[in-house]
Every structure is written in C-alpha cells, then in structure tokens.
Design a protein around this ligand. Structure first.
Ligand SMILES: [Zn+2]
Length: 412
C-alpha cells in the first residue's frame, strides 16, 4: 500500500522520489569527476576507505521509497511491557545510528547498490517514533511527522554539502568531497562541524511554526533534548548563536584540499580554485526547498529518500535496542548515581534519592522493570531518557564519578 500523505500536516515536506532527476545527478557527477585534476589511484584509495565505514551488513537490504511506509504500521508501546530503548544507541553514535546519507558518488557500491540518497533505517526509526510518542504522550502520527522532518533535514544537509562540493569541483578541478570525508572521519566527533549544522537545520524544521506544520511542544522538547545529549558536535545543533562559526569551520575543512591549488593559478586574477574558495561560505547554508546556491539539476528536491531494512535484523530486535534490567536500577543507578537509600518496604521497595523524592521499585526476582515504571523513575530523578543514557555512558554504567554532582529536581 502506498501512503500518499505520510506527513499528515505537510505532505509535500519530503518530496516524492524522482528517478530521472537522481540518475541525472549521477551522470553529472561522473562528468565532473572525470575532469578532476588528480591521481586516480589515490582517489580510489580514499573512496574505498569511506565505503569501508558503511560495512557490508546492508548487502541485501529491503529498500522502499519513503512514501511506501507511514505511521499506520507503527506500534504503540505497551506501558506494562518490559522496558527497552533505542535512545542509548543514538546517544553513542549520533544520528547516523538511525539514518544515513549515501553519496551519488557511491551509487554503485554497497549499501543499496544502484541507489543513492537519504536512507531511514526502518526498524530503528519506527522504534524511535514509538518511544517519542510514549515518552511525550503524543500520537504516533505527530511523532512520525516530527521525527521524519528532523531526520530528513539533517540528512538533506549532508546532500547539500555533497552537491555543493560537486559544483565547486566542477569549477576548480580539485577533488574536495572525498578528501574532506576522509580527513573528518579520523577526527574526534567534536570536530564534525557538518553534523552540528545538520542537527541545527533539522531542529529548525520542527521548531519553526509554519502555517502548515505545528509540532507538539512536548515533542519539540523531547527531540531537542535528544540532540542536546548526542555525542560530540552532534550536540552543537542546539547552539543557535554559534552556527555562523560552525559554518566557517566546515568551510575550512572543505577547503584544505583546494587551497594548495591556489598557488598554481596565475597571479593577479581570480583563478578557478580561488573562486571556489570564495563561494564556500555562502554554500554552507541550507535553504529549503529551493537552495539558491545549488544549480537546478542538483536541487534539494532531487535527493531521493528511502526506507532501508537491513537483512541481519529482519524479524529480530532492532540494533541498538538496549534493555535496562531491574537489578541495574536497584543496585547501581539508584544507590550509586542518585545516592538513594532504602526507606521502607511493603510489597514494593522504596528509596529516598538525592533530591528528596521517593522512588518505588517492584520487588526483584518477581518481574522485570516495566516501561511505565522506568518513565516514573526518570521523572522523579529529574532525568530525560536521552540524558539518562548519556550519563549511563559517562559514568561507565553508574560506577565512575558517582553520585551525580548536579542534583536535578523531580519533574513532577
Ligand atoms: Zn549526520
């Protein structure tokens, strides 16, 4: 079944895939790359290093156009079910845990050989939507829309940079994108400026209230919090006032390979590499849906969007789905991190924690931690789900630098 209006409030937000336009971009890319002034072997070596990063696990993935799957098939979480979450994976890996952008330069390589564009990892994003709806009390429809917009615009920024680089390469004849991706992949996540900017634009897509779209306030807070607690530069998406600085840093990273060519050009006039360099800063912005810097053929609406279901996880649990056991909460999280002390015991156990709140836990051995119980514990300790997983990692599962220094009031 085809869902014509996946995004309920603004169905045109994510454009329909246009096969002719996306094949045209591959042709354009081949034309430009063939005319680059560079060592072919070196270029191949750098390209294959980037491809290694994707891994082989997506070999025979199932791929669908974005409009073939909608909120109707996403399950509501059972409050009495056992607790598990994909938020922990996002807090470690950043957004690439839930979706990725594959360059048109790699159309004939895995994953999704023959296709390029934005890939939503279906089992993980569906699960994130269910969790966002449960945690905020919003509907699956609203969570679907908010999460999809955030993820789409984040990945769209990666396309923007790729397409912008291709334009620059056409002018300068210097390879920009592949050397840049290689350099950045070995830097610390704190220097991944492209991710900071991608998250900033992604958040803007749910924050800005257009007439067509209005997200639930609670969902906005939830997703903002997820970005804030992401690793490295991913978290900088919330620093609105620093985006100009991040764009400057990104253009420096892109220009490293262009700059040496400046000295080869004729003096006293603007050589093509100089021109490319001068336009870089303008090109770091993202203007939806029609970006002024990109030529028509490379327009943002021509970037295809797919769902991908990796074969290794079909029918089994999504990757990154982490369960938190009752014993971890009872023996480590509450006593060590929250400095909790047992207060009384009935058919449940009670703990008084650092902020004065009383937390109720089921008696161990009898059952596992239920989803609604976990939500209640987080609220009483003043934590959000994203912050919980970030702190869990920082403290090496509640062993180091505990109890917490920053005592948060209960969110009751
Ligand atoms: Zn990203």
């Amino acid at each position: 079944m085809i869902y014509m209006n996946k995004l309920i409030q603004d169905p045109f937000f994510i454009p329909k895939n246009n096969q002719k336009a996306s094949a045209d971009i591959v042709d354009l890319c081949n034309e430009v790359l063939n005319n680059l002034d560079q060592n072919k072997d070196e270029f191949e070596r750098l390209s294959s290093q980037i491809l290694d990063h994707y891994g082989e696990s997506y070999g025979d993935a199932i791929i669908e156009d974005f409009d073939e799957f909608g909120p109707d098939s996403i399950e509501k979480l059972d409050p009495n079910g056992d607790f598990d979450s994909v938020i922990g994976g996002i807090s470690e890996e950043g957004f690439e845990a839930i979706a990725f952008y594959k360059s048109f330069r790699f159309v004939n390589s895995h994953p999704a050989r023959g296709r390029w564009g934005i890939f939503f990892i279906k089992p993980i994003i569906s699960r994130l939507i269910s969790e966002a709806a449960f945690d905020t009390g919003s509907s699956i429809d609203s969570a679907f829309e908010a999460v999809s917009r955030l993820v789409y615009v984040h990945e769209l920024y990666h396309y923007k940079i790729d397409a912008f680089c291709l334009q620059t390469e056409a002018i300068s004849s210097c390879a920009t994108y592949i050397p840049y991706r290689n350099r950045v992949s070995i830097l610390s996540m704190a220097d991944w400026w492209e991710e900071a900017i991608a998250n900033y634009y992604g958040l803007n897509a749910i924050l800005k209230n257009s007439e067509k779209y209005q997200s639930d306030f609670k969902l906005i807070e939830y997703l903002k919090d997820m970005v804030k607690n992401s690793p490295g530069a991913y978290a900088y998406g919330i620093n609105t006032s620093k985006q100009g600085h991040y764009r400057k840093r990104l253009s420096e990273q892109l220009n490293v390979s262009t700059v040496p060519a400046l000295f080869r050009g004729p003096r006293g006039q603007l050589s093509p590499p100089t021109l490319a360099l001068l336009t870089t800063l303008i090109g770091m912005k993202l203007e939806r849906p029609r970006d002024r810097v990109l030529s028509g053929r490379l327009g943002l609406v021509n970037c295809p969007v797919y769902w991908i279901t990796p074969p290794s996880i079909m029918g089994i649990k999504p990757p990154f789905l982490q369960a938190i056991s009752l014993s971890e909460v009872e023996k480590l999280f509450i006593p060590k991190y929250l400095n909790g002390n047992k207060s009384r015991k009935t058919d449940h156990q009670f703990f008084v924690i650092d902020n004065g709140s009383e937390i109720k836990l089921p008696n161990g051995h009898l059952k596992d931690l239920q989803r609604h119980e976990y939500k209640d514990i987080l609220r009483k300790s003043g934590l959000t789900s994203s912050y919980f997983f970030k702190e869990r990692k920082r403290t090496n599962i509640w062993k180091n630098e505990v109890p917490r220094n920053l005592i948060l009031p209960s969110r009751d």
